[in-house]
Every structure is written in structure tokens, then in C-alpha cells.
Design a protein around this ligand. Sequence first.
Ligand code: 13P
Length: 256
Amino acid sequence: MARRARRPLVAGNWKMNGTRSSAREVKALGRLVAKSQTKPSCEIMICPPATLVHHIRDAARGTPVRVGGQDCHFAQGGAHTGDISADMLKDAGARAVIVGHSERRSDHDESDAVVCAKAEAVHACGLTAIVCVGETETQRDDGATLRIVGAQLKGSLPASATAKNTVIAYEPVWAIGTGRTPTNEDVAKVHQHLRRRLVALLGEAEGEGTRVLYGGSVKPGNAVELMGIDNVDGALVGGASLTAKDFFGIIAAYIR
Ligand code: 13P
């Protein structure tokens, strides 16, 4: 399938950053997008902390910016102190939820099975799951990247996954917040591998239709180059999504 058939997604992951005053960045982003001559040929999303989902959704009203969550519990409700369900995020205005981010996998010991159950919970309430995979630096040095991301993909995708309700994000752990990125050839190799695995797991149409984002030190300065790589269908952006200026600099790569 030609890449153009998959509408790119540029999603910002604010991680544990932001307060209600951050809404001004979202408003500024909305103005920058509105001012650009051509509509961006991509979906734009911001995933703020759960406390801000509702507030940021309100701030983004009237703009093409959509809002997502960063994580959810795999249950839809019950005795899970401190946790938040996909349904609650949906109620607050989220359209998607990131699951299996490497920071969740390492800080909270989340296994592929847990990530899979979370993705299933996201699907069950009609939202899109952004499922993250990525190798550590040691795994990369051992030449295990393709094997690791392939296994994470297989273990993290529930039977409910389709091209419409699932987005994959390839985020090499060693590239997150470090200013380092893999070579274009390495990104192309991993994304092609993920595409093949998706086709094997979901069938031709769903596997070809599922978007695969790249994440890890995406900045305005490397966004154009990264989006030009085969099977890269957008970006999952951390630090550079916190200010309207930088995030728009990345989105601008998708304005033609
Ligand atoms: P950085 O863009 O800050 O490297 O973070 C990437 C990331 O983890 C997005 O989920």
C-alpha cells in the first residue's frame, strides 16, 4: 500500500509535564495550524497527563488538534486505587490512549501481556490504542532489535486490533530524550520488519493499513527526513511537543 493511503499521525506525549496553564501552548498551536496556507495532511494529537485531558480538549476546541491519554488500566473500573480506565479517558475527551510506552514498561514492569490487555480495554470503549515497542541500547548492540520489536508487537497486540483502532509506535529506548536517533537505514529496516509482522498477524489489508510511527528525539530539524522513510507514518514526540513552536515545526513537515 502506498504510504499516502495511510493518513500520518503526529502525536505529542507530554509525559509528566504540564499544568492548566499549558493550554496556552495548545491554543498557540491551533493558531499556527490555522495560519498555515494548506491544511496539514496529518492528524494531530496531544497526550497530556490524565489530569489535563479534559482541559486540553476544551483548549483545542475548534482546531484540528485531538487529545489522547498516556496510559490506562486494563479493567474498565473497580478497586484499583490511583488508576484510570480507558472509559474515563474517553469521558474526559480522549480519542486514543498510548499503551506500552517504554517508560511504563520499565518504571512499572509492564509485560507484553499487560500491554495487550490494556490495548484490548482501549478498543473495547471505541478508542484507538497507540501501542509502543522498542529495543534497549544493549539489545541493539547485541543485534537483537528486530527480534525484540517483533516479539513485543506479537505479545502486545490483542485479537481486537485493526488498522482503524490501532497505531504502532517504534521508539528505540536509547533514542528517547537523548538527542540520538538511529540511521535512516535502521529506521527503514525496523519499520519494514514491523510492516511484515503486522501483515502476518492481522492479514494483508489490516496490516498494510496500520500506521507505524517513529518516536525518539524527533525535532523540527529531523522531521522531514524521518517522514520521508518508507513505512514511517508519522511521529510520537516527547520533549518537542511541549511548546507550540517546536511541535508545529514537526507538523510543518506534513504541510504540503
Ligand atoms: P523524546 O521526543 O523527548 O525523545 O521522547 C519520545 C517519546 O518517548 C515519546 O513517547
